[in-house]
Design a protein. Structure first.
Length: 488
C-alpha cells in the first residue's frame, strides 16, 4: 500500500472513529435516559419476561447477522452481485427462522408457564427478518467506511422507539412497551439506512458467490452461535430455575456495563476491522494496529468500568429507585468482565482480517467448553454465582484469544499484558480514592457527582504523570491529527 493510500486510510479511520464514537455516545446517552424512565414505570417481572424472549431473538439473529457481513467486508473485490446475493439469501433464511420461532412460541410459553411469551415472541420475531436487511446495509457502510450514516440511523431509531416505549409503559402496557420499543428501534434504524445509503440490491443472485463467502463466513456463523448461545444460556437457566425478578436483576446488572463497553468496543472494532483487512498481507503493520486498538480501548474502558463499579449503589438508587438495588452486585461483576473485552476483540478481529476464521472457531469451542464447565457448577448455587463464573471464564479467554497471534503477529503474552495492564492499574488506584466517598453523609446525587469528578481528575493526573500510550495517542489526534507514536 502506497503512502498516499495509507494516508487516505488513516483519514478514513479517524473520520470513522469520530462518527462511530459520536453515534455510540449519543445512542448511549439517549438509551440511558429511556431505560431509566422505563425501569421506573415498569416492574422487574416485565423485564424478566422480555429477557426470556430476547434470548431466542438474539440467537436467531446470529443466523442472519454473523458470517456473511464480515465476509463481505473482508473480500477485497466484493461487488454489488456479492451484496445482492447475500441480501436475498439472508431474507430467505430469516423468513424460515421466523417461521420456526412462530410455531415454537406456544412451547416456550408452556415451558416457562408464562402465556404472554407466545404472542410477544411472535411479534418480536419480526426483528429477525428486518435484521437480514440491516446486516447487508451495515456491511456496505462498514466496507466503505461511511460511518456518518450509522449516526443518524441509530439516533433516530433510539429516540423514536424510546418515545413509543415510554408512552406505552405510561399507559400500562407492561411487557408490550418493551417489546414494541425493541421492534421499533430495529425498524427505524433499517429504514433510515435504506433512505440514506445508495446501495440497492440488483435483480440477480449468484450461488457461486454465496458459496465463496460462506467458505469464510460459516466458521464465524458457528462461532457466533457458540458465543451467543453461551451468553444467553444463563438467562434461560435463571428464568427457569429461579425467578423472573432474579433474571431481571441479572440482566439489569449487565445492562449498564454492557451499554458502555459495547458502544465503545463496537465503535473501535467496526472501524479497525475494515482497516485491518487492508493490511492482511502485512503482519507487522497489523500488529501495530492491534496494539493500538488494545491500548486505546483499554485506556478508555477501564476507568469507566472501574468507576461504574465504584458508584454503582448510589447511582442505581438515584436513577432506578431502591427496588432495583439487588442488581448492584451484578453491575460490579460485569464491570470487571467487560473490562477485558478490548484484548478479546483486538485479537479476534486480527484473526478475521487475516482470514483465519478456522482458528476463530477453534478458540470459541475451547472457551465455551471452559465456560460451560464453570456454569454447570455455579448454576447449582445461585444466580450471583453464575455471574461470578463469567470472570473465571473471561480471564482464561484472555490467554486463549491471544495465543494464535503470538505466532501470526509475533505479539506475545508479555507485550499484550503490557498494553492491557497499565490502564487497569491506574483505574484501580482511582477506585481506591473514590470508593470511600460513597460513605459520606450526603445525598446520592452529590456522592455520584463528586465520585465522577474526583475519579476523572485522578485518572487524568495519572495519565499525565505516566504518559500512557493511549493518552498520548488521543492527545495527538486532538492536536490537529498529529499522532505521537513514540517510535512505534
Amino acid at each position: 500500500m502506497g503512502m498516499e493510500a495509507e494516508n487516505n486510510l488513516r483519514k478514513k479511520v479517524f473520520s470513522g472513529l469520530f462518527w462511530k464514537f459520536g453515534e455510540r455516545i449519543t445512542a448511549q446517552f439517549v438509551s440511558l435516559l429511556i431505560s431509566i424512565v422505563l425501569a421506573r414505570l415498569l416492574i422487574p417481572e416485565d423485564y424478566g419476561a422480555v429477557a426470556i424472549v430476547m434470548v431466542f431473538i438474539t440467537i436467531a439473529n446470529v443466523f442472519v447477522g454473523n458470517g456473511f457481513g464480515n465476509a463481505l467486508i473482508r473480500k477485497k473485490d466484493a461487488d454489488n452481485l456479492d451484496f445482492s446475493s447475500v441480501f436475498y439469501v439472508g431474507i430467505l433464511i430469516s423468513v424460515i427462522i421466523y417461521g420456526v420461532l412462530f410455531f415454537m412460541a406456544p412451547w416456550v410459553a408452556d415451558f416457562y408457564d408464562m402465556p404472554v411469551l407466545a404472542p410477544v415472541l411472535r411479534v418480536l420475531g419480526i426483528r429477525v427478518i428486518i435484521a437480514a436487511v440491516n446486516t447487508v446495509q451495515q456491511a456496505y457502510v462498514s466496507r466503505n467506511m461511511l460511518f456518518k450514516r450509522f449516526f443518524w440511523s441509530t439516533l433516530l431509531g433510539t429516540v423514536i422507539s424510546g418515545i413509543v416505549g415510554i408512552a406505552m409503559a405510561y399507559r400500562g402496557f407492561g411487557v408490550w412497551a418493551l417489546a414494541v420499543q425493541y421492534l421499533t428501534n430495529t425498524t427505524i434504524d433499517t429504514l433510515v439506512l435504506w433512505c440514506t445509503v445508495r446501495w440497492r440490491p440488483e435483480l440477480g443472485c449468484s450461488w457461486g458467490r454465496v458459496k465463496e463467502l460462506l467458505a469464510f463466513g460459516w466458521k464465524l456463523l458457528v462461532s457466533g452461535l457458540l458465543d451467543t448461545g453461551y451468553k444467553q444460556v444463563r438467562s434461560l437457566i435463571i428464568g427457569k430455575k429461579y425467578t423472573n425478578s432474579d433474571l431481571a436483576f441479572y440482566n439489569q446488572g449487565e445492562k449498564y456495563p454492557n451499554l458502555i463497553v459495547v458502544n465503545i468496543n463496537s465503535s473501535i472494532s467496526s472501524v479497525i476491522f475494515p482497516a485491518m483487512s487492508q493490511y492482511q498481507d502485512n503482519p507487522l503493520r497489523m500488529k501495530q494496529m492491534v496494539r493500538r486498538a488494545i491500548q486505546i480501548s483499554s485506556y478508555i474502558m477501564w476507568p469507566m468500568m472501574i468507576g461504574l463499579g465504584a458508584v454503582a449503589e448510589p447511582l442505581i438508587r438515584m436513577l432506578l429507585t431502591e427496588k432495583w438495588l439487588p442488581c448492584v452486585p451484578y453491575v460490579r461483576i460485569f464491570c470487571f468482565s467487560y473490562g477485558l473485552w478490548p484484548i478479546h476483540t483486538a485479537n479476534l478481529q486480527a484473526l478475521n482480517a487475516l482470514g483465519r476464521s478456522d482458528l476463530f472457531l477453534k478458540l470459541e469451542i475451547i472457551k465455551k467448553s471452559i465456560g460451560l464447565a464453570v456454569l454447570l457448577v455455579s448454576m447449582q448455587i445461585s444466580p450471583l454465582a453464575m455471574a461470578y463464573s463469567l470472570i473465571i471464564a473471561d480471564i482464561a479467554s484472555v490467554f486463549i484469544n491471544a495465543a494464535p497471534n503470538i505466532r501470526l503477529l509475533q505479539y506475545g503474552y508479555s507485550e499484550q499484558l503490557k498494553d492491557l495492564l497499565p490502564p487497569l492499574l491506574m483505574a484501580g488506584v482511582m477506585f481506591l480514592v473514590i470508593y470511600p466517598i460513597s460513605f459520606l453523609p450526603v445525598g446520592d446525587a452529590a456522592v455520584v457527582v463528586l465520585q465522577i469528578a474526583v475519579g476523572a481528575a485522578v485518572y487524568l493526573l495519572e495519565s499525565v504523570l505516566f504518559r500512557h500510550e493511549g493518552f498520548l495517542y488521543l492527545v495527538g489526534l486532538l492536536n490537529n491529527g498529529k499522532v505521537r507514536n513514540n517510535g512505534k
